[in-house]
Design a protein around this ligand. Sequence first.
Ligand code: NAD
Length: 283
Amino acid sequence: MSARIIDGKAIAAELRAKVAAEVTRLSTQHGVTPGLAVVLAGNNPASESYVGSKAKATKEAGMTSFDHRLPDSVSQAELMALVNKLNADPAVHGILVQLPLPQQIDAQQVLDAVDPTKDVDGFHPVNAGRLASGLPALVPCTPLGCVLLAKTVHPSLAGLDAVVIGRSNIVGKPLALLLLQKDATVTICHSKSRDLEKIAASADILVAAVGKAKLITGRMVKPGACVIDVGVNRLTDGSLAGDVDFAAASEIAGWITPVPGGVGPMTIAMLLENRVRAASAVK
Ligand code: NAD
């Protein structure tokens, strides 16, 4: 193996310590304790686990966590009423509606109802539009984490060729916009892209955000590239794997993130940071 590991867990821990210090400052100087409301509807085990990790990290950073658990049978009206109540609550600086929502719910309508200034997930169309326009915005946490990881390898991304595989609204698209803001030359690939292998192999920074284990083979990695693996896939033996064939890519890449321990911890750290930003804006 030649690639160096980008240790997302360690980088996230540093970031979380900085966030905790900022929380103390906000609390002592301004009497503001950032609060996060997490809304979980239904009992999806993966969602339960994500929400549990976010609540734990919130408390460890000295912030307040307000948990709202709703049954799988919750109605659109009940969910909308809760979001409106949280929008009006001054103790709540960030609102996170855990996806997926039960099938009877129009998820977009719920996300659109979140106050954009409390939208710590960065999913509201106002924040998406502001990001696309290069204006200050609350930006989705996973793409923010990916950029920070890439910057530990390349402090300046200017002029580098970045290839993002995946075009979702929560990962691929915002990540491509952030990389563009950092002056990288960005290509976005998706399920209809032709010759993925050739495009991927041109990347100085290759990010995989698809959700297909081992989609990215060693042949798709440019020698020395920085490979960031966002994918989280549960294998038949119960273990987790990313979208990148880690063993093969490690032989060729210069730097690579592991799964778990790469992008995942950064997502939670960036969520905390987004919350502090939202709380700072109202102090
Ligand atoms: P998504 O399903 O919304 O989007 C997947 C994207 O991959 C789509 O844009 C699609 O066009 C593209 N795609 C599908 N097949 C492809 C192929 N063969 N070649 C190229 N592109 C292809 O998924 P998402 O929400 O963006 O998440 C992607 C992955 O990242 C998932 O595994 C998810 O679990 C993971 N994820 C991890 C974190 C984290 O914190 N680590 C956060 C968010 C998502």
